[in-house]
Design a protein. Structure first.
Length: 154
């Protein structure tokens, strides 16, 4: 059953940050057949600033999870900027979550849960949870988390 995702965001009291502009040679959004691919997104706050820091050094797991949730809001903003609305999204299919962390940090899935839990809240337990990978790495501009995803469209 098709849901009104824009209405769901209002019901949840979520505030979408401004959609980011590309900082390189790539498309932020690409539609192929019934699938929407989203390039890696960072955690942009409501005021347009990027959340920065390294989990395991500057931030703990809980703060990393908050940043991952903010990436989810950023991604929703990017989708909305592309389509003008969010109700074209049927479900999330695939997520790759990357955590800017120290070599000793090993709770990458717990951080990326911030993104995944938000998608579940917005799209529902069935359509908001897809397959996922979570890895630790160094990220550009010292952003806390970067997530790329693939969605199925109606």
């Amino acid at each position: 059953m098709k849901q009104d995702t824009d209405l769901r965001i209002i019901e949840l009291g979520l505030i979408l940050p401004p959609a980011p502009k590309p900082v390189g040679v790539y498309k932020p959004v690409l539609v192929v057949d019934k699938f929407l691919y989203i390039s890696g997104q960072g955690p942009i706050s409501a005021d347009g600033t990027m959340m920065k820091g390294k989990v395991g050094a500057d931030l703990d797991t809980a703060a990393g999870k908050i940043a991952a949730r903010q990436v989810g809001l950023t991604m929703l903003s990017t989708i909305k900027a592309h389509f003008g609305e969010l109700k074209k999204i049927k479900r999330i299919v695939k997520v790759l979550g990357m955590v800017n962390c120290t070599p000793e940090f090993d709770s990458h899935p717990a951080v990326i849960n911030g993104f995944s839990e938000l998608m579940s809240e917005v799209f529902g337990e069935d359509n908001g949870v897809g397959v996922r990978s979570a890895v630790g790495t160094m990220l550009p501009m010292n952003i806390v988390v970067e997530v790329e995803a693939m969605f199925e469209l109606y």
